[in-house]
Design a protein around this ligand. Structure first.
Ligand SMILES: O=c1ccn([C@@H]2O[C@H](COP(=O)(O)OP(=O)(O)O)[C@@H](O)[C@H]2O)c(=O)[nH]1
Ligand SMILES: O=C(O)[C@@H](COP(=O)(O)O)O[C@H]1O[C@H](CO)[C@@H](O)[C@H](O)[C@H]1O
Length: 310
């Protein structure tokens, strides 16, 4: 039996049973915030917001889109769909904005109040309310669970009409999963360690640092395991995850940010910087293209209470 097998059996739901009525009954006065990070997602953000809005007032208490500096109509489209929409600056006034996904999730936590927080990516396609209800199920009904990760089949859309049934989650399969196998085999049972759909208690999330870039999910997973143990983590099957795919070159930078967090959390690597050089063929030459890799962390929103000075 694999080392993670007992955890996998106890903390994995392949057919999440929870209905909105179950969750309303289980809330017992607790509140729920749904946070969507969004960077130029005018094409898809309304569909994701639209999946959450029917739950507002019962399961969900607020749905907030935190715009990440979009140059398209993301904010207007998200507002029209029914979300509260804020900029990164509005989310945390007076704190200079840094680039990256982790930054916008960290600010979304600061700008909301729910006892439980659900994160959903804004580039999802064909998402329904079960993405929210399934993530909340273990948090609201299983004692000791503090972080719930979604997992799913991950098709890979090659073009408008050409979709492979598998092949998505390229950074997950080529970087995150091998890194966990090498550095934290206890977490080998997590099916989608990088997935952007997850939920946590505010008490947990506010106690953790947020890695600045695309490594944020891996950082939260590693830090939850380190501070709360494997039993605090659960995962639920959300079916199929369809989203907008970025280029392999863009995912190279994502991979660098994921690897950076793995090595900083698990092997004591320093905070960088560590730019990534890729090579682009131009007119028979290979031109270097240097990319900034977001390293470093934002501190916990709620710094642990410090002992009074002597
Ligand atoms: O600096 C960033 C990078 C990403 N995102 C959002 O984070 C989610 C996941 O990003 P992306 O789709 O680029 O990641 P992928 O799924 O392609 O790895 C999406 O809602 C993006 O709009 C963001 O708000 N700010
Ligand atoms: O899973 C992955 O390898 C990447 C890319 O997915 P695809 O290869 O474009 O399906 O996407 C994940 O990683 C990102 C970085 O952590 C997250 O932000 C995404 O939510 C997650 O889908």
């Amino acid at each position: 039996m694999s080392a993670h097998e007992p955890w996998f059996s106890a903390r994995t739901w392949t057919e999440p049973p929870w209905t909105p009525a179950d969750l309303v009954a289980a809330k017992a006065g607790r509140t729920v915030s749904v946070v969507l990070p969004a960077l130029d997602e005018e094409a898809t953000v309304a569909g994701v917001v639209g999946a959450v809005v029917p739950l507002v007032g019962t399961v969900v208490d607020e749905v907030v889109v935190v715009d990440s500096g979009s140059t398209d109509d993301t904010m207007a489209v998200a507002h029209a769909a029914g979300a509260r929409v804020i900029t990164r600056e509005e989310a945390l006034p007076g704190v200079a904005v840094r680039p990256g996904k982790g930054e916008v999730l960290w600010r979304g936590l600061a700008a909301t109040t729910g006892d439980l927080v659900v994160y959903l990516d804004s580039d999802l396609v064909d998402v329904d309310e079960r993405f929210v209800t399934s993530l909340l199920g273990p948090l609201l009904t299983v004692p000791g669970v503090e972080l719930v990760k979604g997992f799913y089949h991950r098709p890979l859309r090659l073009s408008e009409h050409d979709v492979l049934a598998t092949g998505g989650g390229r950074v997950t399969e080529l970087v995150a999963r091998p890194a966990l196998a090498a550095l934290r085999p206890e977490l080998a049972g997590i099916v989608q360690p990088l997935g952007g759909e997850y939920a946590g208690t505010r008490e947990l999330l506010e106690s953790l640092p947020f890695a600045a870039g695309y490594g944020v999910e891996l950082g939260l997973l590693l830090d939850t395991h380190r501070t709360r143990g494997l039993g605090a983590i659960a995962q639920v099957d959300l079916g199929v995850r369809k989203h907008r795919h970025r280029s392999l070159r863009a995912l190279g930078v994502t991979a660098a940010e994921v690897l950076d967090v793995a090595l900083r959390r698990c092997s004591g690597l320093d905070d960088g910087p560590r730019p990534l050089t890729q090579f682009v063929p131009v007119a028979g030459q290979w031109l270097p293209e240097v990319h900034d890799v977001a390293t470093g962390d934002r501190p916990p929103i709620r710094e642990p209470a410090r002992a009074d000075p002597p």
